[in-house]
Each structure stands twice: as structure tokens, then as C-alpha cells.
Design a protein around this ligand. Sequence first.
Ligand SMILES: Nc1ncnc2c1ncn2[C@@H]1O[C@H](COP(=O)(O)OP(=O)(O)OP(=O)(O)O)[C@@H](O)[C@H]1O
Ligand SMILES: [Mg+2]
Length: 343
Amino acid sequence: MAGAGDGSSRDAGGVPDGLGGTGRNGCSLAHGYDTARTGVVCPSVRIVPWRGCSAGQRPAPDRIIRYRSRRSRDHALVDELVEEPAEEPLAGGNVTPGVVRVGDTVRRPAGPWTPAVHAVLTHLESVGYPHAPRSLGLDERGRHVVEHVPGEVADTFPPPRWPYREALVRIGRVVRSLHDALEGFVPPPDVRWNRVIPPDREELVVHHDLAPWNLVRGPGEVDGARLVVIDWDLVAPGTRLWDLSYAAHAFVPLAPGTRTARAAVGLCALADGYDLDEPGRRELAGLLARRTRSMYDLLRRGAAAGSQPWAGLWEAGHGRSWLADTAWIDEHEEDLRRALLDG
Ligand SMILES: Nc1ncnc2c1ncn2[C@@H]1O[C@H](COP(=O)(O)OP(=O)(O)OP(=O)(O)O)[C@@H](O)[C@H]1O
Ligand SMILES: [Mg+2]
């Protein structure tokens, strides 16, 4: 899962302020393009094959040419041809419809929380944090534009040739450096977060969805591959350990399919990479089940209220899976605590 926005906050509407870019009034929150407001009529779309290739040789076009209606100086409605990069739908998420790639950017539906996301990503760029995409503002359709990061996204971790312990240490370092980089972040006034689960406490702004499915991995071995965390729509106040618990569940993973001994190694490696001290390790052990259960609660509440995307995910069995993982963590909590404390 997890992802961004319960039905109500999505529908809260409102056009994000505080971002660069154009076309704020064209903002469409969740369901693709608002052609009525943008004035894009699009009666015909012509695909332009790559130079030197026949149309059949490339799976996707790099540019499209389409008609756009606009008012001329004497207010007559005229059609003109415009050429723009083609849009490629990006699958892989469970929560945000309409995420597309356009050239070397990704466009995603904006919401009232988008200025906060932009501010966080801009801060991370300004302090030189290497594991986040750049935020580029809004496009002419009001969508949030972020850097497209080349690489692989997977539901599971680590990738086949990466040694398990080293891979988890690496993730621990990525998360630690993220939290350290966010320590100095001062949110803009009147900021609106996309808060779908209340955290244990609030000490700094954290990601809230650190998981293999939100990690782009570049080519290379465990210490050399570029790792970039994507999908920042849930960024909001929380605690370091709340965020790390979620990452532990997803990356180790803490779930019935994992042997206890392996989970112990993975969890300890994650904490080592994070350079977590002893009180932190004790607290983390006690938070793991609670953090995992909070996802189950979100889906259960969403299903009862009929709010999407949670109701759909519940229907597809995600609630059962988060509950089973919570039970597994409860059952193994003592082993996990011992692994964290004794190494
Ligand atoms: N900045 C990016 N660079 C490269 N690929 C990206 C980027 N942002 C999104 N993607 C791709 O688009 C897919 C969907 O995006 P995203 O994870 O933001 O959707 P989501 O529905 O909010 O996901 P989730 O289920 O984790 O909440 C990702 O799985 C990834 O393959
Ligand atoms: Mg995602």
C-alpha cells in the first residue's frame, strides 16, 4: 500500500498555493485532466514516431502532436497544433490514480498538501540530501511535477544479488540521513499535511511510507546503487521511530513469510545502519506491532466509511494482510527485541 490521501482529504479540493509553475486554476485533484477548465479540446492526437524508426519499432512515442483551442486577439476561437512529450502511465502504486511520466519528469495529481511536499523536497535538495527526487512545481494542468528517477521499483527487498544484511544496513543509513536532513526543516506557515494516520508523537517531519514500493533503485551493487525515495504525498510530522517502524515492517519484512532468524538479522541490520542507540532499540521493538496495526485500522475505517482508496484496498484483502502481519509481530516481539538489543 500505502499512499496518499483518504477520500475526504482528497475531496477537500482547493488549489495548491506556494508552488511555481502555471495553470493553478487547472488543478484536477484526482481523476486526470480537467479539460473543461484547461480549454484543451484534444479532438485528435497524432503519434509521432521516433526519428529513424518506424512506428512499430518503439513501444512508446516520445512526442505527441495535438490540437488545442485558444482565443485569438480578436477573441475568435482558433485551433492550433501543439507538440508536447507523450505521457506514459506509471503503474505500481495502489493509491494515486493518474501518475504519469512525461520525459524526465513525473506528474501526479496535486492536492492541498502539495505545497508542503514541494517545501520538503526543496529543503532536501537545498541541504544536499541525495535520496529524494527534485520537486519542480506545478504544470499547466495543475499537477505536481517531480524529477523522474530512472531505475527499478519493487514490492520486495532486497533485489536478488544483494546480500540481505548489507542491504538492510544501507536502508537504515538512507532513513537516518533522511531524518537528520529533515531536522532543520521549518514548514511554511498555514501548511496542510495529508495526514491519514495519527503518529505516536510529533518531533519532526517524516515520510510515513518508506517501503520497497516507494524506492527507486539504480544499477549497481548494494553500496553503489543510487537509491531514491519517491511518493512523498504523506510527508507530515511524526517521529523518527514511527517512520523507522514502518520501514522495518516493509523492508525486513516483518510478516508471516519471513523466518524468525532472518527477520532478527534484518531488523538488527536496519537499526545498525540507522545507528540507533539502546533506548531507541527498546522503543522500536514496542512500536513495530502498533505501527503495522495502524495501517489495518486505516483500511478498516476507510472501508466502513466507504472512502477510497482504502475501501477498495480493504476489498482486495489488504486489511487481512496487515492484520496477519500485526499478529506475526506480536507473536515474535520478544525475539525481535532480543535481536535489536543483543545484535
Ligand atoms: N519520481 C519518480 N521517479 C520514477 N518513478 C516514479 C516516480 N514517482 C512515481 N514513480 C512510479 O510511479 C509508480 C506510482 O507512483 P506512486 O508510488 O507515487 O503512486 P501511489 O499510488 O501513491 O503509491 P502507493 O501505493 O505507494 O501509495 C511508482 O510505483 C513508480 O514506479
Ligand atoms: Mg508509491
